[in-house]
Design a protein around this ligand. Structure first.
Ligand SMILES: Cc1cc2nc3c(=O)[nH]c(=O)nc-3n(C[C@H](O)[C@H](O)[C@H](O)COP(=O)(O)OP(=O)(O)OC[C@H]3O[C@@H](n4cnc5c(N)ncnc54)[C@H](O)[C@@H]3O)c2cc1C
Length: 321
């Protein structure tokens, strides 16, 4: 006899701040949420040592501890947290329809509502010194970690809008920002380029790439290389920021949900509703603008409230019929 397929009221995909906040709200609303953690339980914050800007932690907290506490809070209200990864989905197009999600290419789970909080992954250069010094002065988030380098000299790599925005942000805090741009111009909008060029403590180096980040335990310097002349130059820095883009974790939703040209899920108006009824998206997977733990948590709350309200309309409809 075949195994009975499990049917849930609310299935949450992803265990970052968005997923756990959605779980806290959904569990307290008695939606009996089940969460699949994905391959990175706790999400992006487990890769950072210090979170100083999440409200409620006056002394700051390290990322992994914060995520364990969020998990404990979600479990306190009855969230079932399972290790596993959604590998394919079949979302219903009907209001009140049942959504099917396959976990680890084997188990199929059915759900009346699905909250997608699968986040985004910061792109890195993938050179050995960068990997070694992650958490020791290498960061993919200037807004998160720039403060630790107040009054110091830092470098940032990237030429798009995010890089330009983050360079301006760093210029307000740091003594000097060296910006490495691979081509002879930035990809950023003209307005952003003008802003970066107008800041006296940003030194823009065109045609320049990273040769090596220097330092054993912590960042101490940077060796740059001019990709036209091959000339190398070393500068002292204490912080190195990578701003070459993010990749939203949305591969499995292609063809199922509306997304923008870069793969971020599109939500409707101020809500977390996706293009399929009963499927909601929260956190970085639908936000390329703010990408912070607190904004992810905020939209996680919204997704659970949207799911609860959606289920209420389905139940009312069923009673009328
Ligand atoms: C180095 C670094 C430092 C940072 N520091 C700060 C900081 O100090 N303050 C701050 O506010 N923000 C910080 N951020 C940003 C912050 O981490 C993110 O904005 C936040 O984690 C986004 O939360 P999220 O829940 O949307 O997704 P994420 O944290 O990205 O989590 C996504 C989750 O989805 C899961 N997943 C992915 N695919 C699947 C799948 N197919 N099935 C099931 N699960 C899946 C993953 O395993 C993961 O658990 C930092 C980011 C980085 C990279």
């Amino acid at each position: 006899m075949s195994e009975k397929i499990e049917r849930l009221k609310t299935l949450i995909l992803g265990s970052g701040p968005a997923g756990y906040t959605a779980a806290i709200y959904a569990a307290r609303a008695d939606l009996k949420p089940v969460m699949y953690t994905g391959m990175e339980p706790g999400g992006q914050l487990t890769t950072t040592t210090e979170v100083d800007n999440f409200p409620g932690y006056p002394e700051g907290i390290d990322g992994p501890t914060m995520m364990i506490q969020l998990q404990q809070q979600a479990e306190r209200f009855g969230t079932e947290v399972r290790i596993g990864m959604a590998t394919s989905v079949d979302f219903s197009t009907q209001k009140g329809g049942i959504h099917k999600v396959t976990i680890d290419d084997s188990k199929v789970v059915e759900a009346e509502t699905v909250i997608i909080s699968t986040g985004a992954t910061a792109k890195y250069l993938n050179i050995p010194s960068e990997q070694r010094l992650r958490g020791g002065g290498v960061s993919a988030c200037a807004v998160c970690d720039g403060f630790f380098y107040k009054g110091q000299e830092v470098a940032i790599v990237g030429g798009g809008d995010t890089a330009a925005e983050e360079a301006s942000y760093l210029a307000n805090i740091c003594k000097k920002v060296t910006m490495l741009v691979r081509r002879d111009e930035m990809r950023a909008s003209k307005a952003m380029q003008r802003r970066v060029q107008s800041l006296p403590n940003i030194d823009i180096r065109y045609h320049t790439e990273v040769d090596e980040i220097l330092g054993e335990q912590v960042v101490e310097g940077l060796r740059m290389v001019n990709n036209q002349t091959g000339e190398k130059e070393e500068i002292p820095i204490t912080g190195f920021f990578v701003a070459i883009g993010h990749k939203p974790n949305t591969e499995i939703f292609k063809g199922q949900l509306e997304m923008d040209e870069t793969g971020y899920l599109i939500t409707k108006g101020k809500s977390t509703k996706t293009s399929k009824p009963g499927v909601f998206a929260s956190g970085d997977v639908q936000d390329k603008e703010y990408r912070q733990a607190v904004t992810a948590a905020g939209t996680g709350c919204m997704a659970a409230l949207d799911a609860e309200r959606y289920l209420a309309t389905i139940e009312t409809h069923a009673e009328v019929n």
